[in-house]
Design a protein around this ligand. Sequence first.
Ligand code: SF4
Length: 171
Amino acid sequence: MFLESIKVLNVDMCVKQPGTFAAFTRASADVREVMPYLNSMFKSASYNHDGNSITFRNDKVEFSIIEDRINVARFANRTELHERLDWIKDLINDTYDSIRELTPRYDARKPVPVLSIYALLPRTNCRRCGEKSCMAFASLLHKLEAEIENCLPLTEGTYEENRLKLEKAFD
Ligand code: SF4
């Protein structure tokens, strides 16, 4: 197995999202080899090829990886932390095992401008995404701190074309 284990070094309060936690861990292997493939997989990925680092989100949890350090942020408790670490270990191992069939991506995605995002949202300020306004949600999407699917009206048909345009903008 490529990655045997991930050891938790420290758990603290998450400064990015009050009420959640962040963990600093060390993996049993340097995982830089799989990073271009993770970059290809996750539209929310922020990848630095020269710096051997990548950050991406799965649900609301954020993973920041630098060589053999895997930091996890925005999780609720230790049970969730261990579930998330099992998930990232399996993902890294499955990716490593499938490298020959996958396409790597080495470039860093450019941020999508807030106003371009806002123009494609329904702009009804319905708050179903949990934010106070469409502009607030656009700002979160711009910072890769939300998922397009969190805007429920976008998934309900009327705004299908806008959703596809947004997905293309983040591709
Ligand atoms: S759910 Fe969509 S339409 Fe409603 S406030 Fe949020 S971004 Fe705007």
